[in-house]
Write a protein that binds this ligand. Structure first.
Ligand code: ADP
Length: 389
């Protein structure tokens, strides 16, 4: 929306091959709040729309060369054009309105149009455009805010931890043991805050659709094994056994079954979250990571239209003997900032992010649990055709 002499102006592009019709539209919409732009055919309309980014397009259907349906389709297919409402102008007896609406138009009006009706429809579509622009603006502001906030928080936290580490290492003089412990505690708290800020940034990137994944072939067993090795000291601290096995509880000898394609860093993030949670929420017993391969889509995975052709599915189960999750909480824990009643340190973002990552791989995460006995989180990932070739 433009602002001129303090008046909010909406730019309207009118497209019609008949100069008389364009003249009529100009007369009907002659008002200080409208900035009218004209095009006499589809090609000119497409170039004007990218040039002047109108708030609304009034589009005649029957035009020589490119008709209104095709113009509509091309506008909708062009990702660089922000959403612009399209009002189709149609001859009285025209029957293919369905085609126009299906192509992406928002409304239509029959010719010869009633002047008040045309004005009312224009006002209504401009209101819709304003609401959509306001929403995009808010999302943009939110993303900028999160990016700035996370940056502004991260930088001093990293600097503070560096300085505290120097202090603890007595770089500035002798430090009493009690003070060393206090410094270590502060460093650990800062690190937790840093992890949370990093996760928050990742969640926003995913939710805002700004996250681009880098797909490469890798072996899921190798990633699981790395994460298990990394988290073993944490499990040992709690006297839990942590092992990576096949579905029959046996060590995995042949790992060739677990080749897949995906973003290795993101999948590693998911595994770290699932196995890390299992350790966090288990006080005695074990955490078992089971890997298996199956030829068909597991029934827990909802069928998705855009799943690429896949030759098999990999299933990674994280089975713990921990506190479990009530049925009520199970419905919520995948939503962001939801921690369930049995919360321990953390942010409630990990499972939400993990689910998003699984979905971006056309996969799924599922949880079963029994309070007091333990939980099983299953990650399902397809082996896409490109990988198995
Ligand atoms: P966080 O662990 O940081 O709180 P998550 O999104 O990873 O956030 O998990 C959300 C909640 O799900 C946890 O707070 C906890 O209540 C529950 N949860 C996740 N994994 C387990 C598990 N293995 N056992 C019991 N509860 C779990």
């Amino acid at each position: 929306m433009l602002v001129q002499d303090g008046v909010n102006m909406s730019r309207i592009l009118a497209v019609d091959d008949s100069p008389d019709n364009l003249f009529l539209i100009e007369t009907v919409l002659d008002a200080p709040e409208y900035d009218l732009v004209f095009a006499e055919d589809g090609w000119k309309a497409l170039s004007k729309i990218t040039e002047c980014l109108p708030d609304l397009v009034l589009l005649d259907i029957m035009m020589p060369g490119m008709n209104g349906y095709e113009v509509t389709e091309r506008i909708r297919q062009n990702d660089s054009i922000p959403y612009t409402p399209i009002l189709l102008l149609t001859a009285h007896d025209h029957v293919s309105l369905v085609e126009g609406l299906d192509a992406g138009a928002d409304d239509f009006i029959r010719k010869p149009f009633d002047i008040d009706e045309l004005r009312a429809r224009v006002r209504s579509l401009l209101r819709m455009k304003q609401a959509m622009d306001a929403k995009s603006y808010m999302i943009q502001q939110r993303d900028d805010f999160v990016a700035r906030l996370t940056h502004d928080l991260r930088t001093p936290l990293v600097a503070a931890n560096r300085m505290l580490t120097f202090c603890r290492n007595e770089a500035f003089g002798v430090v009493a043991d009690e003070a060393k412990d206090a410094i270590a505690e502060t460093i650990s708290n800062n690190q937790q805050l840093l992890d949370m800020v990093n996760t928050l940034l990742e969640v926003y990137r995913h939710d805002a659709g700004h996250k681009a994944l880098t797909f490469t072939p890798f072996n899921l067993y190798d990633v699981a094994s790395t994460v298990v090795n990394e988290l073993t000291p944490l499990a040992k601290e709690k006297q839990l056994t942590l092992k990576l096995v096949d579905q029959d509880d046996n060590p995995i000898m042949d790992t060739s079954d677990f080749e897949m394609q995906g973003d290795i860093l993101e999948i590693r993030r998911v595994l770290t979250n699932l196995i890390g949670n299992a350790i966090k929420f288990t006080d005695q017993g074990s955490v078992e990571v089971q890997l298996q391969r199956t030829q068909t889509r597991p029934s827990q995975v909802p069928q998705k239209e855009n799943t690429p052709e896949c030759t098999a599915w990999l299933i990674l189960k994280v089975i713990d003997t921990g506190i479990g999750i009530s049925q009520e909480d199970r419905a919520e824990i995948f939503q962001w900032f939801r921690q369930g009643k049995q919360r321990r340190s953390g942010s409630g973002l990990g499972l939400h992010l993990s689910c998003r990552i699984a979905e971006m791989h056309w996969g799924h995460i599922d949880a079963t649990s029994e309070v007091g006995r333990g939980s099983t989180f299953s990650l399902f990932l397809p082996v896409t055709v490109a990988t198995s070739d």
